[in-house]
Design a protein around this ligand. Structure first.
Ligand SMILES: [Zn+2]
Length: 441
């Protein structure tokens, strides 16, 4: 690590390199990887040859990547089903792999993903550079409030924390209250969790008379859901914990894509030394215009043992190509991951993402949890929000809260939503990826 304060870098030379230097680096990595895939990877070797690529030297620029096909999750799933358990997207013999990961299976069959020593090192380095950009390093004590299942982010964050010289504290396999106690006992300065779970821990703290703001946690680091980049959610986490809240983005199949820095709250820098990132129209597949919202497509250039080339993430993003005060030249995702393409709700001709609704709901601290119900009635879609008020609220205040939320949704989104209050504790709580959208067709 070099430097101090907001101008600290894990790898200054790379993180502040000019765009053309980064592009040249990506092209070198891409070509070296394609050589490997053509020679050794059954899944991609066949696909690349079918697309007319015989020799990696035919890829003269990063633009040539667009001649290669996209890969979808269902294609990986079909391959793993046909050749269980790990499929044919393997570049090396089995003895070269060091870790089995698995996706959560929130959309479809869970996928296995195998990491090599090399790809694990990259993943830890990527996490480390993000933590340094968030001012986290030696002397910090990072509490990991999750179960350490087979998802990539758990392990990358853990190893990245060690790499920056922080103390790591595992909060696996415990109830929320026990986690809070352990966090307090160990004097944690950083919390790593999903944004939803940071809010859940705050709720448990309030129920048990624990003053979160007095615990000394000065930063929270999140992933797994869009929440930490939704302004109202971010503010709420920061208020409850008395800490700076940071987002990160990544996915098990794609890798650890990026991190929020100290200087651009709400945006996520992409690791542009390690990934080719494209944005496309999710319906037609054509490239989005600069700054246009579209589906994130990633090619991880540091994970050739089990690669994903032009992988369609179904996540919607907008890229910001402007200098950042932190000095990094890596472009940013404005507002992190905006939502899942599959989660877009169309109600009476208005398109809306659950994250846009969350952005409104979280402005109301008296709402502890919520669910978005979409009903189809007589071919019209209707939106209902079930909200769970905090226990202290009386009936009159609950009615007023529901009315206010209906009005906010109408003002901000142009949508009429019916808001119904349910009893405290009635809605599900989440430790990992929250699922708050329920479509009743
Ligand atoms: Zn920055």
């Amino acid at each position: 690590m070099i430097g101090t304060g907001t101008r600290a870098y894990f790898d200054r030379e790379t993180e502040t390199a000019a765009a053309d230097m980064l592009a040249a680096l990506r092209l070198r990595k891409l070509r070296a990887g394609l050589v490997l895939l053509l020679q050794r990877n059954p899944f991609y070797g066949a696909r690349l040859r079918a697309a007319g690529l015989r020799d990696a030297r035919d890829v003269g620029s990063l633009d040539d990547l667009a001649r290669l096909p996209f890969t979808t999750k269902s294609e990986f799933a079909a391959d793993q089903e046909a050749a269980p358990p790990f499929g044919t997207n393997l570049t090396y013999p089995p003895s070269e792999y060091r870790r089995v990961l698995r996706t959560s299976g929130t959309t479809g069959r869970p996928l296995f993903w195998l990491e090599t020593e090399e790809s694990l090192r990259t993943n830890a380095r990527e996490w480390a550079s993000g933590l340094v950009a968030q001012g986290i390093g030696p002397g910090d004590r990072i509490f990991f409030a999750f179960s350490f299942g087979p998802f990539m982010a758990f392990w990358g964050a853990w190893e990245g924390a060690r790499l920056v010289g922080a103390l790591t504290i595992s909060g696996g396999s415990q109830q929320s209250l026990d986690r809070l106690r352990l966090l307090a006992q160990c004097g944690a300065t950083v919390l790593a969790s999903t944004p939803t779970y940071a809010l859940r821990l705050a709720e448990v703290a309030a129920e048990n008379g624990i003053d979160l703001r007095a615990l000394g946690v000065r930063a929270t680091v999140h992933g797994g859901e869009p929440g930490a980049s939704i302004p109202a959610t971010k503010r709420r986490i920061e208020d409850l914990w008395g800490a700076r809240c940071f987002d990160t983005c990544g996915l098990t199949e794609g890798g650890h894509l990026g991190f929020e820095c100290l200087e651009a709250p709400g945006d996520v820098h992409l690791h542009e030394d390690d990934y080719v990132v494209e944005v496309i129209d999710p319906t037609t597949g054509r490239a989005a215009r600069p700054g246009e919202r579209g589906e994130l497509v990633v090619t991880n250039l540091e994970r050739w043992g089990m690669p994903a080339l032009r992988y369609r993430t179904r996540d919607l993003v907008e890229i910001v190509d402007q200098p950042c005060d932190c000095g990094r030249t890596f472009r940013r995702l404005r507002g992190g991951i905006i939502g899942r393409a599959d989660d877009m709700i169309t109600v009476r001709g208005v398109n809306v993402f659950p994250s846009a609704i969350e952005a409104i709901v979280r402005r109301h601290p008296a709402i502890a949890e919520f669910v978005i119900d979409v009903h189809r009635r007589r071919e019209m879609r209707e939106l209902e929000l079930r909200i769970e008020p905090v226990p202290a609220l009386d009936a009159g205040a609950v009615t007023e809260l529901a009315r206010q939320l209906e009005q906010d949704v109408h003002t901000d989104l142009g949508l009429r939503a019916t808001v119904t209050a349910v009893a405290p504790g009635a809605l599900p709580r989440f430790e990992l990826k929250a699922r708050r959208l329920v479509v009743h067709d």
